[in-house]
Design a protein around this ligand. Structure first.
Ligand SMILES: O=C(O)CCC(=O)C(=O)O
Length: 286
C-alpha cells in the first residue's frame, strides 16, 4: 500500500506525535476490525470496566483491554487487514509486532470524558516505533473526537490517571509528576483533534497526552485501539506498581506484561511470545 502525503504524515507523527490518516482502512479491513471489536464486547475479560457516570454524565462508558483470549479472535484483523501495513509504512520499517487491543463504548446520553493521560505511564516500553491506532466505527465530529496535546510525546512523562470520576488527575503511582488539569484551562495547551470517518484512523505515540471527548444524547461512540511496536522498542521499567483495577493498566495477573517485567531489564529489546510479530507477513508454506 502507499499512503498519500506519506512524507508529511511521517514527519508529523515523529515531530507532533499524532496524525489523522484519511481512508487508511478499506472496507474489508473495517469489516475485520468490527468483527474483532464485537468479539471483545461479547467476551468481556477480567480487565473490563464500566465507569461510573456522574449526575451530569450518567451514560454508559465501557472499556476492556488485553483480553487473554483476544489473539485468535484478532488474528484475521492483524494478518489480513491494512492496519499493520499502515503502521509499517509510517515507520518506514518492515517489522511490526502487536501488543494489545482496547475497546471503548460510550452511549446512552452524556458520558464523561476519557481523562487526559499518556499510555506510556502504564506501559513498560519505550522507543520511537511504538504506536496506537485508534479506529472509530461511527463518524466522529472534531469536537467529539480524541484530543491530543501536540508534541507532548517529547515532554514530561506524567503519572497515570486512575480514571477516578471525582478527580481525573488522581495518580496511580505517586512517583511521577501529577497530571496537569488540562480541562481547567484548555487555552494553555496546544490541543489538536480531527473529525474522523469510519476507515480513517488516528495514529499516535503512546507518550502523547490525550483525552477523549464525551458522547452526547443520541450518539454512540464505539472505538477500537490497537497498539503496535517496532524494532527499536525496548523495555523500560515502570516507576511503581499500578493497582489492579486502575484503568488502562495492562499489568494484570497472567498478562505478558507481568512476565516481561520479571524477565527483562531496562534497555532490553521488548519481545515476548504473547506479543506476536505480524509484519512482514509469514510466507505461505509450499
Ligand atoms: O476513545 C477514547 O475516548 C479514549 C482512547 C484512548 O485513550 C486510547 O486509545 O488510548
Amino acid at each position: 500500500m502507499s499512503l498519500p502525503n506519506l512524507s508529511r504524515l511521517r514527519h508529523d507523527l515523529r515531530e507532533q506525535g499524532a496524525i489523522h490518516v484519511p481512508k487508511a482502512l478499506d472496507a474489508n479491513s473495517m469489516r475485520l476490525a468490527r468483527d474483532a471489536y464485537q468479539w471483545s464486547l461479547c467476551h468481556p475479560s477480567p480487565n473490563c470496566a464500566h465507569f461510573q457516570g456522574t449526575p451530569e454524565a450518567p451514560s454508559k462508558f465501557y472499556q476492556d483491554l488485553l483480553n487473554p483470549n483476544a489473539l485468535p479472535a484478532y488474528r484475521r484483523l492483524l494478518e489480513e487487514s491494512f492496519a499493520a501495513d499502515v503502521v509499517a509504512e509510517l515507520w518506514d520499517s518492515p517489522d511490526v509486532w502487536f501488543m494489545y487491543e482496547q475497546v471503548f463504548l460510550k452511549e446512552g446520553g452524556e458520558s464523561r470524558r476519557t481523562p487526559w493521560h499518556q499510555d506510556s505511564s502504564y506501559l513498560p516500553i519505550t522507543g520511537e516505533k511504538v504506536a496506537v491506532m485508534w479506529i472509530t466505527f461511527e463518524p466522529v465530529r472534531k469536537e467529539d473526537s480524541l484530543e491530543f496535546v501536540r508534541g507532548s510525546h517529547r515532554g514530561i512523562l506524567y503519572d497515570g490517571s486512575r480514571f477516578d470520576p471525582n478527580d481525573d488527575t488522581a495518580p496511580i503511582y505517586g512517583t511521577l509528576p501529577r497530571l496537569p488539569d488540562i480541562e481547567a484551562d484548555r487555552s494553555r495547551w496546544d490541543i489538536v483533534s480531527w473529525a474522523v470517518e469510519p476507515g480513517d484512523v488516528l495514529i499516535f505515540h503512546p507518550a502523547m497526552l490525550h483525552g477523549g471527548a464525551p458522547a452526547h444524547q443520541g450518539n454512540r461512540r464505539s472505538t477500537l485501539s490497537l497498539r503496535f511496536f517496532g524494532e527499536d522498542a525496548v523495555y523500560r521499567a515502570l516507576p511503581g506498581t499500578a493497582r489492579v483495577g486502575d484503568s488502562d493498566n495492562p499489568d494484570r495477573p497472567g498478562s505478558p506484561f507481568q512476565d516481561i517485567q520479571r524477565k527483562l531489564k531496562d534497555g532490553d529489546p521488548f519481545r515476548h511470545p504473547g506479543f506476536p510479530k505480524i509484519r512482514p507477513r509469514a510466507q505461505a508454506s509450499a
